[in-house]
Design a protein around this ligand. Structure first.
Ligand SMILES: CC(C)(COP(=O)(O)OP(=O)(O)OC[C@H]1O[C@@H](n2cnc3c(N)ncnc32)[C@H](O)[C@@H]1OP(=O)(O)O)[C@@H](O)C(=O)NCCC(=O)NCCS
Length: 179
């Protein structure tokens, strides 16, 4: 369990289902995500898969939720996919809470947790160059732009999409020396 000024960050639980449905079914929120929006049934399966993944002996996928301290409402998810000592981080939140600094607050805490508790040496994140809010979160959390894949092709809900994919990263050794 991680605590920030306004948030509690903890592994997802089945009891988060209703709150996650508030942002999991929304087309606008899923615009830049490959696997969102989801159906109600997908969200149940997704939470179940997260719980199974996080109960393994060697966890390679963490799925956290961010919860408002005052109301305990769950307003977003943050994932870390681990390959070796590299963790790829991703995020999504309820649009009623956008642009209030919540995701940057949560991601800063998750980066610290990943570097201090999970033996991760580098954190990477990617997004479309059109997803300004997402790369702003990366930059607010001291991540550094590394590269852009132009005209990157991927499948989204079975259909090919083409976009410019930004790659950001932060290394534990440089994070350690931040103010
Ligand atoms: C990306 C996302 C999680 C950000 O959450 P959030 O809580 O709004 O993030 P924060 O408030 O911490 O930071 C967002 C920053 O982007 C800025 N921003 C957002 N839209 C912007 C725009 N169109 N132009 C300029 N800045 C913009 C905000 O002003 C804020 O910066 P500031 O604090 O310096 O003012 C949220 O927008 C979201 O869930 N998007 C849909 C899912 C998604 O795209 N996930 C990422 C896939 S790679």
């Amino acid at each position: 369990m991680l605590y920030t000024k306004r948030l509690i960050i903890r592994p997802v639980e089945m009891s988060d289902y209703d709150d996650i449905c508030e942002y999991g079914l929304d087309e606008e929120i899923g615009l830049f995500l490959l696997h969102w929006p989801k159906t109600n049934e997908d969200i149940k399966t997704f939470i179940n898969d997260c719980i199974i993944a996080m109960s393994s002996d060697k966890i390679t996928w963490y799925e956290y939720v961010m919860q408002l301290k005052d109301s305990l409402k769950v307003i977003g998810n943050i994932s870390i996919d681990i390959k070796g000592t590299v963790g790829e981080i991703g995020w999504v939140s309820n649009k009623d809470y956008w642009n209030k600094g919540y995701m940057s607050e949560a991601v800063e805490a998750v980066i610290e947790h990943a570097f201090c508790d999970l033996d991760i040496h580098r954190i990477i994140a990617t997004c479309s160059d059109k997803n300004i809010a997402s790369y702003k979160v990366m930059e607010k959390c001291n991540m550094i732009w590394g590269d852009t894949d132009y005209d990157y092709k991927e499948l989204r809900h079975g259909e090919e999409i083409i976009y410019n994919k930004l790659h950001y990263y932060i290394d534990r050794k440089s994070w350690f020396y931040l103010d």
